[in-house]
Design a protein around this ligand. Structure first.
Ligand SMILES: [Zn+2]
Ligand SMILES: [Zn+2]
Length: 89
């Protein structure tokens, strides 16, 4: 499946789109819930991977990774989906 979220970092205001989850081909990217590290995954041959990050955290489809600009951890509150195009600050 996979989903593309529009993210707006609440720390630095950087806005970008990022694809999450696994695509129809079984390949995608997951992020560590603890340190935000990205991990490429390939489930096309079945669920045969270790979802444990080297930091002790877990790669999870709900984790959003880090902001590419300020490197802060992103949360669901940083998702700017369907936000109207207004003139904010
Ligand atoms: Zn980690
Ligand atoms: Zn940021």
């Amino acid at each position: 499946m996979g989903v593309t979220y529009r993210i707006r970092c609440r720390k630095c205001g950087h806005t970008f789109s990022r694809n999450y989850g696994v695509g129809y081909n079984g390949q995608g990217t997951m992020y560590c819930v603890r340190c935000g590290r990205a991990q490429a995954v390939d489930f096309s041959g079945g669920w045969g991977w270790d979802p444990t990050c080297e930091c002790g955290g877990t790669f999870d489809a709900d984790a959003l990774g880090r902001c590419p600009q300020c490197n802060s951890m992103l949360t669901k509150e940083d998702i700017a989906d369907d936000e109207p195009d207004t003139h904010g600050g």
